[in-house]
Structure formats: structure tokens, C-alpha cells
Ligand binder design. Sequence first.
Ligand code: M6R
Length: 618
Amino acid sequence: MYALASRATRGVSLMCGIIGRVGRDDAIESLVTGLENLEYRGYDSAGVAIQNGAGIKVEKRSGKVTELKHALDYGSLDGEVGIGHTRWSTHGPPTDENAHPHTDSTRDVAVVHNGIIENYASLKESLRAAGHTFTSDTDTEVIPHLIQQYLDEGLEPEAAFRAAIEDLEGSYAVTAMLAGEHVLYAARQGSPLVVGLDEDGFFLASDVPAFLEYTDDVVYLEDGDVVVVRPDGIEFTDLAGNAIDRRPETVEWDPEQAGKGEFDHFMHKEIHEQPTSLAQALEGRLDHDAHDVTLEHFPPGTFTDIERVQFIACGTSYHAGLYGSIAMNNAGIPTTTHLANEYEVSAPPADEHTLVIAVTQSGETADTLSAMRHARDQGARVLTVTNVVGSTATRVADDVLLIRAGPEIGVAATKTFSSQAVMLLLLAQRLSQDLTGASLANLEALLADLQSFPDAVERVLETTDGRRLATQYLGCQSYFFIGRGLGFPVALEGALKFKEITYEHAEGFASGELKHGPLALVTPDTPVIAVFTGQEDTKVLNNAEEAQTRGAPLIAVCPEDHQATTIADAHLPIPDVTPELAGLLANVQLQLLSYHAAAGLERAIDKPRNLAKSVTVQ
Ligand code: M6R
């Protein structure tokens, strides 16, 4: 079975879908089918480019693939070579201009790209100086211009493509076509790209579902691979042009299931995507040499006139906000957290020295948008931490920090929570420097652990016992999640996830609160799941023991050699990391526990009853 987490998505970009076709039949139909199949990778704009007798014809539109389909003039799009793209924005809003494919000024080169070109600004500057003009806000547009530049300098097409690829820093899967050629050029570095082989030609795509209707014979490209695809053959080489051996294999996927890969539900897939989504969130944002973080648009000094921070958010995003606020308060930054729907009715004072941070993965939550507008009316500076470029929140806010998690299809927020929390830790460092003049107390350890954090999450995913424990404790009366400090929002989030998808009763508590009332509910039929982050664990353990003494089974989420394991009835292990990240590893275990409990109960996991992914009413 195809191992999605380790091969298709590990260390690569989840954003955007690429499809390319070189064959002996018209390409347009298979390109559009491919885009529809890839919409789970991004759906804010889409486009195709076809090589026909008259050169390269490009059609692209903001919106879903259906918008593009309605706009296509199939008569003018006959041709056997083409590329297509469905986008999840990272640079520039989802407009027609920012949609892929992108071309150079002469339209002799068309390119689709998935990933992030980190050095695009400097490349753009040099290309501008050489006379190139740009029409989009994207990082991708530099690629066709670079290829054109090398063609102008006299390089042959393949050499020009390789030279352009060599100039790129960051992650990419790139597919390019040149006017007048029946060839596709493609390269992979850090973003997935797979070749499909059928009797009439070849496909290139971000993922197998793109072309599964046509073929199940595939070749997975590796980082550093460059391929040149013609109707009658394909060359696999490294960047220097040396031939490499890549063997086809046959995948056993059902097309209907394909968007979920090997998983039964999008939620489970998205939980497993976290090593990748976190790597994406962190890409280019850690500066070990400078012992600092690098947040685009937020250089040191950005927040020197800020005196206090207020978080506003709902649901899972509120828990991420609480997580960020604990890190900020620990750093000496006066920070409060508010449910967005309560913010206006009990509004804390805010002025131009207040930074209001609106956390919202969708950027469309009505409660959060309303609170953002209220904060702006008070004169506060509003920053949104979101996953969706061009969302309403990005337009209401003064500042935007993108979490780059890629589309999240399951109603239950999973990978967006971990990326939100990690981004807030980075923001805590920037605010700490600007407001207090000092870095976070344990910055060195945090930077080191962040570097390997995607691997730590991978270890949790590989070793979890969540399915067995979920089965063992299925059917209990109630489930209590407890934690202290950074473990508290994780407990709240664990309970929310559990109730949301299992429909069983679950509550999250600050562990110290158990004895102030909830302990009355504790029986042998109420498992207590305790989160240990390394912050005041002895107190959490005491609180957990108080429940255990009353008969509650105790499940400890903590490192292997933790003292809690000596008394706990069951253990969900996490790697030993700084408290700031331990809570997030524990959260992955809790996501899996909820998922497997809900799967055992055969719930509608991706679309739980009565809930919607984006809540656009107040
Ligand atoms: O899009 P947002 O982050 O603003 O959504 C907020 C909540 O509706 C959301 O987090 C909700 O609680 C999740 N579906 C829970 O898994």
C-alpha cells in the first residue's frame, strides 16, 4: 500500500495541484478531469495552458474548477500538450491574474508550480532590471521569466529550464512548456510530483488521483529529479542532466477514495499531514544563525508601539489563541484571550497600542470578523493568523500571518490547529523582542526543537497506541481531559475534538479545577486523560491522582520515562521536547484518540452532524 505520509506528503507542499499531459490525443479533457480530482489540494483559482498550432493558449479564473470549466472555449484548446493548476494561495490573493499557469511577457513559456520560492523577490528584482515586466503578485511568475531570460541568452530549451531551476531556492514542483515544442519539462524539490504512464502518453501531477481514471502505472519523482517528457518517451535525469533510474509501479487505489489516499477519512489524512504542514509553516521562518525567527512582513521593530495583546477566536482557533497567549504572558507580554462571540459584549479596553490577534483558519467566521471590526473601530491594530489568502479576515485585518497548512477538508480542525499554535510561538518571539527587549526565555531550545518538530510529530504518528486505547475505553459515560499551563488549551481542544466527532460527552478542564466541582462527576466510567507538558507536572499528577482515587481510569499523555507512567492505567507517549511543543505533540495523540473512537462508533467523521466547516452566521 502506498504510504502517503512518508512518500507523497512528507517534507513537501500540500498546497496547489499540478497536472500536465503529453500524448497523442487532445489534452484538455484529461487536464480538466485532473484539476477536478486535485481540488482537495486547493480551490481558490484554476487554469490551463494548451500548446496548439498557434502557440500557447492560456485560460485561468479565480474560483473553483467549475468556474474555469464554464469559461473554457474547448474549440480553441485543441492540442496534445498542456498543463493545468488548481491553487491554494500563498503569495497574492486568489485573482485571475494570480491564477496559474503563468507565462513570460511573450507567452512563449508557461509554467505551473506548487511550493514556495523563497528567493522570488530578489529574482524578480534582477529580472525587472533586465527588462521583464510582471503581471501577478505570485512567486511563481519569476520562473517563466527566468526560462525566457536564459532562452534570450542563447540556451537551448532544456538547458534554459535547468538553468532556471538552479536559480530557485525553496520548495517546488514545476512543470513548464515552451511554444512550438511537444515537450513538458518538470522538476521536483520538496513538493510532490508523480508521472503517470498510459498507452497514449504521459501525465505529470502533484498526486496520483489526478489521473487515476486513465492509468494506475506511476513513477514517483524524488527531490532533485528533472524530467523531459515527449509523446514517445520520458527522460529521468538529475539537475546536472545525468540519467537516473526510476521504475514504474502500480497503485491500487479506487478513484472515489483517491483524494483521501490510504485513509478512510480526510480528518485522518489531515492528522497525518501534520509533519508536512508544519514543515511548510516553518519553512524560511527560523533563523538559527541570528537566534531569531524570520516572519515575512514582521521584521524586528514591527510592534514597538504595542503595549498589550488581545486574542479573539472561536472553537479550535480559540484554543490556539489561548496557547499563544500563555506563551506571550510567560514572556512578559500582557495578553488576554477572548471568545470572539463574547468580545463585543464584554469588550476589554483597546486602543492604538493594542494588538488584537484574530485566529481563524477559514478567515470567514462571522463571530471573529465582527470582533475584528469592533477592535478596529476602537483603534486597535488587528492582525489575523489564517490559512486562507484573500479571505475576509485578511481584508479586515491590518496585518496577515499565514499558517500555510494547505486546504483542510474535514470539519474537525486538526493540522490548522498545530500550525496556528506554532505560528503564535514564533510571533511570541517577535513580540517579546519588540515589547520587552528580550527573546523568549528558552529560545535556543525552542528553535532547536522546532527544527525537528515535524519529525517528532511523525514519531507520534508512527508509534501511537491511540486506536487500541480508543477501543478499550469506548462506551464510557464521559471523558475528562485535564492539563495545566500550556496543557490546559490542549485539554480543551482534546475534549472539543472528542465530542465533536464521537457525539460522546467530553469536557476539558484546567487540572486544578477538578477539585472545585467536576470531581463530583468522576466515577470508574469517566476516563481522565491528563496532558503533561513539563510545566508543573507534579501538580497535574496530583490532580489526576485525585480522580484516579475515585475510580477514574487515568490515561497519561507524556514522555516514556515520565513519573506519571508509574501510576497511569494507560499511556500515550510523546517525545521529550520543550513545554511549548510538548503540548502540541500531546494534541496529536488526542486527535488520534478522538478519531479512532469516532471511527469505532462509525460516526460521520468528516462532516459531523449539525456542524459546518466555516460558520458564517453569528
Ligand atoms: O475557521 P475558524 O478557525 O475561524 O473556525 C472556528 C471554529 O468554528 C472551528 O475551529 C471549529 O471549532 C472546529 N471545526 C472544531 O474542530
